[in-house]
Design a protein around this ligand. Structure first.
Ligand SMILES: Nc1nc2c(ncn2[C@@H]2O[C@H](COP(=O)(O)OP(=O)(O)O)[C@@H](O)[C@H]2O)c(=O)[nH]1
Ligand SMILES: [Mg+2]
Length: 165
């Protein structure tokens, strides 16, 4: 399988804006009503993540990808995924903190919420789609094929936007 990433996270978390940043697209994100496939990215509606009724759609779509990006909006205090959610999806996880540029961003809180979802297994990237920060790091990680490879990369390439938990 060609490496591909599915983005999941709440409505307004920044999935579609991040998709554009990752693909270098200039178009403005419109509200996502269905699964959208772009080259190596699958953008999902926030409802899939907010309503457990749709978790089966997340599971089914995960079969088509190599990586799942768990987005946490740094301007929000609430995590929508249950504890350990990533361990139930057998794909390489990447935690993504979004909107780090915002005045309202609480990056530390967002990271701690993601750690609970990922139960301390996998990389976490601090991003701003507006400032294009953390974007190259995500592309690099999605090109990798094992957790170990991602960990070694991070250990060998210190960056303020990325760390391994
Ligand atoms: N400050 C800031 N706002 C962002 C960023 N990414 C997305 N947003 C804003 O967050 C809102 C929701 O973004 P969107 O990509 O549609 O979220 P989605 O529902 O998860 O697809 C929009 O108003 C975006 O402009 C970012 O990196 N920084
Ligand atoms: Mg969207």
């Amino acid at each position: 399988m060609k490496n591909r990433a599915m983005l999941i996270g709440s409505i307004g978390a920044g999935k579609s804006t991040l998709t554009n940043a990752l693909l270098g697209r200039e178009v403005k994100a419109v509200k996502t009503q269905s699964l959208l496939y772009f080259d190596w990215i699958v953008d999902t509606p926030g409802e899939y993540s907010e309503n457990p009724f749709f978790y089966k759609n997340i599971m089914a779509t995960a079969l088509e990808v190599t990586h799942v990006l768990y987005l946490q909006d740094s301007t929000k205090k609430k995590m929508i995924f249950p504890h350990g959610f990533s361990t139930g999806i057998n794909k390489l996880p990447i935690g993504v903190v979004t909107k780090s540029d915002s005045d309202k961003a609480d990056i530390e809180l967002a990271v701690s919420l993601l750690k609970k979802v990922m139960v301390n297994r996998g990389p976490i990237v601090i991003t701003s789609s507006l400032k294009n920060e953390g974007i190259e790091e995500i592309k690099m990680l999605v090109g990798m094929n094992t957790i170990q490879e991602m960990k070694e990369y991070i250990d060998n390439h210190p960056s303020p936007y990325i760390f391994f938990e």
